[in-house]
Write a protein that binds this ligand. Sequence first.
Ligand SMILES: C[S@@+](CC[C@H](N)C(=O)[O-])C[C@H]1O[C@@H](n2cnc3c(N)ncnc32)[C@H](O)[C@@H]1O
Length: 233
Amino acid sequence: MKTTFGQSTRGYPKIVLLLRPPGVYRADSDTSLLIRVLREGGYAAGRNVLDIGTGTGALALAAARAGAASVTAVDLSLRSVAAAWLNTRLHRVRCAVHHGDLFEPVAGKRFDLILANPPYVPAATNMLPRHRITRCWDAGLDGRAVLDRICTGGPALLAPGGLMLLVHSAVCDDDVTLRRLADAGLHAEVLTRATVPFGPVMRLRAAMLEARGLVEPGQRDEELVVIGARHAG
Ligand SMILES: C[S@@+](CC[C@H](N)C(=O)[O-])C[C@H]1O[C@@H](n2cnc3c(N)ncnc32)[C@H](O)[C@@H]1O
């Protein structure tokens, strides 16, 4: 029920205690890497922040603690919405938490900063899971089912000069993300990369990923990439 995130030995953010009901994503190295970029870049201070796919609320909490003017969080999973609501309140942080599909609950609003650690693990099928923990990571055959929707739908919610920070594995191709964001009118670049060992899901899928040429034979680590995409303003 409880989880921690952050690995201070690798320069990642300090550990924060979060409640995590079954079925909610355990904040992991992707979460920590995005938080590190957020803090080091000073991107949240004074900004109106949206956390898409909030899970436990780890990113929303980090944004609030980094001085965000307001924080809004969205998740498709009711359990995640409940967890994020509880965690932000337990940490005495103001955060509006919405249930729904990506940008739908906040349609028509504008944010200075959008954070996303979406599902990005290539799956056996293009069918997206609806009711299980797997919806935290399964993202279609190429791992881009949710990521591509964020690249195309996110820019409309960015205020002039606003920034989107995205984290995902290089296994689902960061060049494609950069192209999609540029096509949507943003100036996008890779802000940081970090190599981490495969987690349990990637380990289970290693043979499938090798067979599809998405990882090298014997490869058992992956590169995480944080991409920043700025609205021209
Ligand atoms: C990899 S987890 C990240 C959780 C958290 N942001 C973190 O970094 O620890 C992805 C999250 O996206 C949510 N999600 C998946 N598809 C979604 C969708 N279409 N709309 C909103 N949230 C979604 C999942 O329920 C899950 O909480």
